[in-house]
Ligand binder design. Structure first.
Ligand code: HEC
Length: 165
């Protein structure tokens, strides 16, 4: 365990040295390079909050809760792609770089569980390519399919962290 922690710290340091811009540090070993967190938060408020809510809990019959589910989706094959292909993301009036920064901010802000350790942030090139593969009307089906791979109905989404509301 000690050895594992040493490796994590070493890799965090190399990210800090190599990474450009501000480095967001979270409680888990995943390091994300958010270029402009304030701008990302502003973009969230203007473009996403109406459906997803201030804290990402969504609303009954509307957007599903994000806390408790983002890390699950990221751990499933196809989940990373799904998160950048939903209509709200694809159609946001933002360029690919700002959208990538917003998505990374979302992953850090609205997860209540550690992100998968292998997760690395989105960048403009990846987001630009995924935007071209938009899930237009079938995003909810894709979501259900991904969660079913985990044997998860999604019924407990959001509950895991509801005490933090
Ligand atoms: C019109 C309402 C609406 C807006 C605006 C919206 N979304 Fe969504 N979002 C949804 C719904 C509904 C889903 C669930 C998938 C589906 O059925 O389309 C979703 C799913 C997601 C997901 C996948 C999470 C999950 O648990 O499935 C992410 C990530 C996401 N949205 C990010 C954003 C971001 C970032 C913005 C702003 C740029 C945004 N959304 C704007 C309604 C919206």
């Amino acid at each position: 365990m000690k050895r594992f922690q040493d490796i994590v710290i070493a890799s965090a340091l190399s990210w800090a040295v190599l990474g450009s811009g501000a480095l967001a540090l979270v409680d888990d070993p995943v390091q994300l390079d958010i270029h402009d967190a304030k701008k990302a938060q502003f973009h969230w408020q203007v473009n996403c909050r109406g459906c997803h809510g201030v804290k990402g809990y969504g609303s009954a019959g509307g957007a599903p809760p994000m806390p408790g589910v983002l890390s699950k989706l990221l751990s499933v094959d196809g989940g990373r792609e799904y998160l950048a292909r939903v209509p709200g993301v694809v159609n946001a009036p933002l360029d690919d770089a700002d959208l990538a920064d917003l998505l990374n901010w979302v992953m850090l802000t609205f997860t209540c569980e550690p992100l998968p350790t292998e997760f690395r942030g989105y960048d403009a090139v990846e987001v630009g390519a995924l935007r071209k593969k938009a899930l237009v009307t079938d995003a909810h089906l894709k979501r259900a399919e991904l969660l079913s791979k985990l044997g998860d109905s999604g019924a407990s989404d959001g509950l895991a962290c509801a005490t933090g509301e």
